[in-house]
Design a protein around this ligand. Sequence first.
Ligand code: GLA
Length: 714
Amino acid sequence: MTDHASRAPDTTTRPTRPTLSKLTDELGLLYGGDYNPEQWDRETWLEDARLMQAAGVNLVTVGVFSWALLEPRPGERSFGWLDEVLDLLHAHGIAVDLATPTASPPPWMGHLYPETLPVDRDGVRLTYGSRNQFSPSSEVYRGFARDITRDLVDRYVEHPAVRMWHVGNELGQVCHSDATALAFRTWLDERYGSLDGLNEAWGTTFWSQRYSRWEEVVPPRRAPYLINPTQELDFRSFTSDALRAVYREQRDIIRERDPRRPVTTNFMGFFPLVDYWSWAQDLDVVSDDAYPDPVDPTSLASAALTQDLMRSLGGGAPWLLMEQAVSAVNWRDHNVPKTPARMRLESLQAVAHGADGICFFQWRASRAGAERFHSAMLPHAGADTDVHRGVVGLGADLARLRPVVGGRSRATVAIAFDWSSWWAAEGEAGPTRRLRVVEEVRRWHRALWERGVAVDLVRPGDTLGEYDLVLAPNLYLLDEPDAANLRAFVAGGGTLVLGPFSDVATRDAHVRPGRFPVQLADLVGASGEEWLPLDDDGLDVVSDLWAGPDGVLPGIAHVDSYVERLRLDGGEGVDGSDGSHGTDGSGTPAEAVVVASSSAPAGLSGAPVVVRRRSGAGRAWYVGALLPDAALDAVLAEVLRESGTLSALGTPAARLGVEAVRRGDLLFLLNHTGSPVSVPVGSTPLTDLLTSAVHSGTAVVPPVDVLVLTERPS
Ligand code: GLA
């Protein structure tokens, strides 16, 4: 059922949209960072431009935090310094991603117009002296933001250095002010059409919350006890939409004046306050800021997941790693630096997962202000440093990787992830706070990542026909059309694996009546009646699947926090060794097969915990527990085996010891460990684009190093 042709560039859906390719066809992979010249004198600008050139930098983001200089007093303009900077960069062959400076309004704005400042949930108005001090619903802020954007674009639209536009920075501000309340009511009115519709959706007969006038409706604010969950959920969506409106109105001003150059803004991975699926179509190029913690042993697996999300948000198109740290950040409690080798590895990992540009925060370390101790491409100690030599080295590596540009990856596996469902699943007052949705997505993704399996992220309602396997670690909210879509996917021969606490609630976060997963129980052949957060004794779960691996007792996995009381509906099928489990041989739906079951305590003894069932040409699994890592890994390994999923090496998916990723016709092998790893690569000689070394049979990847292999002779 895999149809790779359907992942060709989607020029049909976005015929006139500017893309990154105009830039990358000319410059190759993009390389650079945030550049804040307003912090430096002219001599330093000159030194910066020369050093950038020497390091292979070809793109810098300028002006992100320059509003107070560009507009020193309301309505005044001071562009002279920026003219000079852009001219200088252009003279050195460095392209500019020019930012609207709207992430940090000047102090005069908050001083003269306090209503532009955001108000938190407790009613406290946040102040200036930091950044992000704006309310997305303040018309005064938005008016000033539109004006400076218009003047900036009018001034620089013809400047040859400017090759891309960047709106604001990490849009993510939440506000609970009175102006926000007005905007929230308008949003709700559009959604529900009437106050009656809102009362129905919010279930306001509960606790006497019924609204009789729109003026009574407010954002969630500090209250004596739990807030209405649908009100919370709607406020999340509203906030995401309000921020999107801020982005879109600046984007529209740019687009009106410059339809040719791409517009972006920098995302923040699995950011909890913005539904990036809903934004993705508004960006010409998806960009992301990523700061994996070098001391977290799982951070590079998580980074790969985020990179897969970014590629998927753009429909598979190349994206930009807009910000990362060269070495240490300054905002954790204890900021362990990265080695240059690790910095290179992380950068090339992003390229492997679809990035066509690698940028940093920031070019030159700031001497003053809140980020003095954040690393930079040019550290306080200057160019004669290991950090800067690493930067120069990466520039040379990226130049060698020019053949990567525009390359796309192909996945037969997708992970379904939905922001609303995430928000609702982790809202207040549920069975457990120990189910962390993104953490579950990470654990499921990791099993694939370790086996070199390419993965896309999708929404449950997306077209799924190109995938063989869809994993849904948690879909607490499942709308009827989305459930129908998953059902059709299985009917079409796909395999669906559904995780715990899924298909429980409607889009309005009302619990669906019936045994869960309510709409899909018949698909998995089993259903549940009770969610069972466990006491300190936990629960042993037995399965043939996890006999032996580390951390799991032979045949027994210990679940320590959450399981579900499930039963098979309609009796148990036979688990054929040929993978014909749950089928009567004719391909018609058959009984579910218990893959894992509980061994204790009384009342749950023997109850199913993991089940699978053949349904027509497809299969459906249900995982009714938060399984420990090794047990979950064993389940997913079995799913991969059963579905015949291959690794990037073209071999049946198995642990490889390196990260293996295919992009276009290139094979990336990334060794995240401290020892060399040998990888079987077949007998055709492959050339490493980074070193020109030729490998065949077995390729040895040195520690913290990367090979980028091509069949094309060098
Ligand atoms: C984010 C911001 C930057 C900077 C870095 C520091 O990415 O966009 O302005 O503050 O964090 O890590």
